[in-house]
Write a protein that binds this ligand. Structure first.
Ligand SMILES: CC(C)(COP(=O)(O)OP(=O)(O)OC[C@H]1O[C@@H](n2cnc3c(N)ncnc32)[C@H](O)[C@@H]1OP(=O)(O)O)[C@@H](O)C(=O)NCCC(=O)NCCS
Length: 204
């Protein structure tokens, strides 16, 4: 089962593999080169110790292998979600699992009223991920198909049991990051550990 974890500067090479030409095809961005990947990993680690936090950039980690990235942007009128997986990790349910968990973080710990997402119309797998996680289509904007989701108590869009399961998983992942339990491979730097304490202790 995947864990969601904070990134560290050591994740640069893995990031570059994730942001390949095939994975970035429908994202409106170029693949990452080595310098961009180093900067992205540094920026993600720095964002984890921001207060207030404007973005969650979390890695999908399977037994120490960084398979993908999921982002929750909070610096916009409505929070937005995006994700990308390494090509060899597609088709195994990992994106859907990651979206469910970050929804649990957004609606549980963060108390967000709504989350938006979008995908390119030629990328139906991404739309399927959003529908499976409980998002509803809202139309099109700037050439992308758009989606929204509200907390289960507001919209009934995601079964409460799924939300709670995701929240428990997220807490377990953050517990591993701060070294309370679990394998050492999820441990991050002191800065990440210190920031990760928020979701663990405050929602616990
Ligand atoms: C889109 C992406 C995240 C999907 O990740 P994933 O881990 O393969 O997704 P999942 O396995 O959780 O679910 C994929 C679903 O799409 C379906 N699917 C795959 N290809 C499809 C296609 N061409 N048309 C319709 N559905 C498709 C799968 O069957 C599966 O649905 P199911 O469980 O009902 O069978 C991954 O392909 C990716 O990273 N792509 C590049 C980046 C990107 O497009 N990001 C999204 C923009 S925000």
């Amino acid at each position: 089962m995947i864990a969601l974890r904070e990134l560290t500067p050591d994740d640069a090479a893995a990031l570059q593999r994730i942001y390949s030409p095939e994975s970035t095809r429908f994202l409106g961005r170029r693949p990452m080169d080595a310098a961009e990947a180093r900067k992205a990993a540094r920026d993600a680690a720095a964002s984890a110790i921001q207060s207030p936090r404007s973005v969650y950039v979390l890695g999908l980690d399977l037994d120490g292998d960084l398979l993908g990235i999921i982002k929750l942007h909070l610096d916009r009128p409505v929070a937005t979600l995006s994700y990308i997986l390494r090509v060899d990790a597609w088709g195994k349910g990992h994106a859907t699992e990651a979206v469910r968990r970050i929804l649990a973080l957004g609606f549980g710990h963060l108390g967000l009223p709504e989350i938006h997402a979008k995908h390119h119309p030629d990328n139906p797998a991404s739309g399927r991920v959003l529908l499976k996680a409980g998002f509803a289509p809202t139309g099109e904007h700037a050439g992308f198909t758009t989606y929204a989701i509200r907390p289960p108590q507001a919209a009934g869009s995601m079964p409460r049991a799924v939300l709670m399961l995701g929240l428990i998983d997220i807490h377990a992942a953050f517990n591993r990051i701060i070294g309370r339990a679990g394998p050492a491979h999820t441990a991050g730097p002191a800065a990440v550990r210190s920031r990760a304490r928020g979701p663990t202790t405050r929602s616990g």
